[in-house]
Design a binder for this molecule. Structure first.
Ligand SMILES: N[C@@H](CCC(=O)N[C@@H](CS)C(=O)NCC(=O)O)C(=O)O
Length: 210
């Protein structure tokens, strides 16, 4: 299998963190990483559009030459393909909660954080848009409070003791924010400690560059 990716971009990074976390648990998936340079717009060239008509990353190429083009679907495929020690957990409740928190992080936190980063200091050269940045910052307050509350029972990671896909999704967005020199946590000490703790993990040390 091949993972078409670009370092720094949140959606590829969440898949790369997921693969690295599984590797730490002893699951070697044998996935080759192939960089597609989005700054040079290589993702909009015919070679990449043939893999994914939407031009986005990540893309997972399966061994039969077919493609998956949505980050969460890629993770769920790898969970099914390599079920031993899968991150989603063993029971319906564990799996439901893991998916629930991951969706909240992706849709309510990662999405606005990405838009905020591009509105503030876009690595793709999108012109600054202070009004949009302020709106995204306002939209983030309730979901960030939700995550701070989740951590208030002393759990080290978003779902408890065990790493989850929600941790991967959140950290992938935070790397992007660090790159654009933004910090949106405000007075949320539990999220700050979660961030420091997660970045110490071997998987994070392997994948994160910023
Ligand atoms: N829903 C998709 C979103 C993928 C996406 O928007 N990827 C971004 C990088 S984080 C991208 O490829 N941006 C470049 C572009 O759209 O030209 C997923 O979860 O994989």
């Amino acid at each position: 299998m091949k993972l078409y990716m670009v370092p720094l971009a949140p959606n590829p990074t969440k898949v790369m963190l997921y693969i690295a976390e599984r590797a730490e648990l002893g699951v070697e998936m044998g996935i080759e990483e192939v960089v597609v340079n989005t700054v040079k717009r290589r993702n909009r060239e015919p070679a990449h559009l043939a893999r994914n008509p939407f031009g986005t990353l990540p893309v997972l190429e399966l061994d039969d030459g077919s493609y998956l083009v949505e980050s969460l679907a890629i993770i769920e495929y790898l969970e099914d393909e390599f079920p031993e020690d899968a991150l989603l957990g063993d029971t319906p409740k564990m799996r439901g909660t893991a998916r629930d928190v991951e969706r909240i992080v992706d849709l309510r936190v990662a999405g606005p954080m990405g838009l905020y980063g591009h509105a503030k200091n876009s690595p793709l050269g999108i012109p600054p848009d202070p009004e949009k940045a302020a709106k995204m910052e306002a939209n983030l307050q309730t979901p960030l409070d939700y995550l701070e509350h989740l951590l208030s029972d002393g759990r080290p990671l978003l779902l408890g003791d065990r790493v989850s896909i929600a941790d991967c999704t959140l950290q992938a967005s935070l790397q992007f924010l660090r790159y654009v020199e933004a910090d949106l946590f405000g007075e949320r000490p539990l999220l700050r400690s979660w961030d420091a703790r997660y970045r110490e993990r071997p998987a994070a040390q392997t994948v994160l560059r910023w």
